[in-house]
Design a protein around this ligand. Structure first.
Ligand SMILES: Cc1cc2nc3c(=O)[nH]c(=O)nc-3n(C[C@H](O)[C@H](O)[C@H](O)COP(=O)(O)OP(=O)(O)OC[C@H]3O[C@@H](n4cnc5c(N)ncnc54)[C@H](O)[C@@H]3O)c2cc1C
Length: 395
């Protein structure tokens, strides 16, 4: 049995950040992970280039039952603090759209920075060990039992992530430990995830795979995102769809404005008076992907006519179709392809300063296992850094 002060379960973004911080405070820290490598989700993130933070991150970019919790956490270790850290390590990175920061070379650079920090802070890393159980002892210390050893420690930090990408080692251990100690776990669901379509819609959009359209997507509750939607062979994806999936509930429609920068009604009237002999097919194909226009003509959403044959009613109806195109997803692709897990350990159970469980001294929860979910765009890693940093000052 190894005696140690702190065991961090999970060598992901939150766990590594926390471990380094605790190590710098002079704590003896062991990080345990079942994977062969640390930071496996970091490595696959952002198409291998890791969108490691967002310059504009603010509490408004997160879903959480208690928004004050997120505010407190983000204000203590901000995106600017993380940017300062990567600058100190000489990371080469670039700005993409909407404040997103990506590595120039590879996500491995972010993992290397975290491992260097852990190394400097004297943290020991124990890979290929699945944590099976955490037990609280009469003397107030904990036993962390893995497939190969047992740690006896003062503090346990649960940084075991959510349920997404089971093939990358996602397990429900974090939620189970929370429940074991009587903490509320809010229902979980896959978020930032592509939609699947009902068979009739799949048939309608067969052949559109790979087409993307810059759109304004609106949820049933009125949340909006302006980015691309992408047709796939399974359904709908693309950044705007991933974003709206976090707000979508089964059975709801999403509404898609396919031409958000255009006064569509005025354009249709102009075409009718100025280019009346041209077909709608050809006119609309100048502003939308041709194959998509064909699909909407085939299913009757767009009349197969010349512009001067459109009645006022048809112009109104077509405007509605193009600016408020309604899709009712069949479901989502689920945890297999989702980027994050919505829900998790209720933040009301945790100190917003230290992430310690209010009713269980020495037990901490950070990162995705908690009920904090960011939008797409580097916000989830920022929460992992912020929560890991805060916990590292206390555990
Ligand atoms: C494909 C993809 C792309 C993404 N891209 C981005 C992006 O570009 N920007 C962004 O901000 N976010 C992105 N995310 C989300 C981001 O990866 C997560 O929010 C973040 O990794 C959460 O960090 P974490 O430390 O809480 O959990 P994780 O990174 O999931 O780490 C948890 C660790 O715990 C370990 N573990 C679990 N159970 C056990 C157990 N029983 N015993 C031992 N170890 C265990 C796992 O092996 C894992 O290493 C992406 C996610 C995916 C899936």
């Amino acid at each position: 049995m190894q005696q140690i002060e702190v065991v961090v379960i999970g060598a992901g973004a939150a766990g590594l950040m926390c471990a380094a911080q605790a190590g710098y405070r002079g704590r003896q820290v062991a990080v345990v992970d079942m994977g062969k490598k640390p930071g496996r989700k970091i490595l696959i993130s952002g198409g291998g280039r890791c969108n490691f933070t967002n310059e504009n991150a603010s509490p408004a970019n997160y879903l959480c039952k208690n928004p004050h919790f997120v505010k407190s956490c983000l204000s203590r270790y901000t995106q600017h603090d993380f940017i300062e850290l990567v600058d100190r390590h000489g990371l080469a990175y670039h700005h993409k759209t909407l404040g997103q920061l990506f590595c120039d070379n590879s996500a491995q650079d972010i993992v290397d920075i975290l491992l260097t920090e852990c190394d400097w802070a004297g943290v020991s890393l124990h890979l290929r060990q699945e944590v099976l159980a955490v037990e609280h002892q009469a003397d107030g210390r904990y036993l962390v039992k893995t497939t190969t050893q047992t740690f006896n420690c003062e503090s346990v930090v649960i940084a075991a992530g959510g349920l997404t990408m089971p093939k990358l080692g996602a397990t429900p251990i974090g939620y189970k430990i929370a429940e074991q100690f009587g903490l509320t776990v809010l229902p979980t669901t896959a978020a930032l995830v592509p939609f699947t379509l009902h068979d009739h819609d799949k048939a309608r959009f067969d052949g559109l795979s790979g087409i993307s359209v810059d759109s304004l997507v609106t949820s049933a509750s009125g949340i909006q995102f302006r980015e691309n939607i992408l047709f796939t062979h399974r359904g709908l994806s693309g950044p705007a769809i991933l974003q709206i999936s976090s707000f979508w509930k089964a059975g709801e429609f999403v509404s898609i404005n396919l031409l958000p920068d255009l006064d569509v009604q005025a354009q249709l009237h102009d075409w009718r008076s100025e280019q009346g002999q041209k077909s709608l097919r050809n006119l609309l194909s100048t502003i939308l992907p041709k194959r998509f226009v064909e699909a909407l003509i085939s299913d009757g959403s767009i009349p197969d006519k010349n512009a001067n044959q459109l009645s006022h009613t048809e112009i109104e109806k077509l405007t509605e179709t193009l600016t408020s195109w309604k899709i009712k997803p069949n479901g989502t692709e689920g945890y297999r392809t989702a980027e994050v897990t919505l829900g998790g350990v209720d933040t009301d159970e945790l100190s917003s300063k230290t992430f310690e469980a209010k009713k269980q001294k020495g037990l901490y929860f950070i990162g995705e296992v908690t009920d904090v979910t960011g939008w797409l765009g580097g916000y989830n890693f920022q929460y992992a850094w912020s929560s890991g940093w805060a916990c590292g000052q206390a555990c």
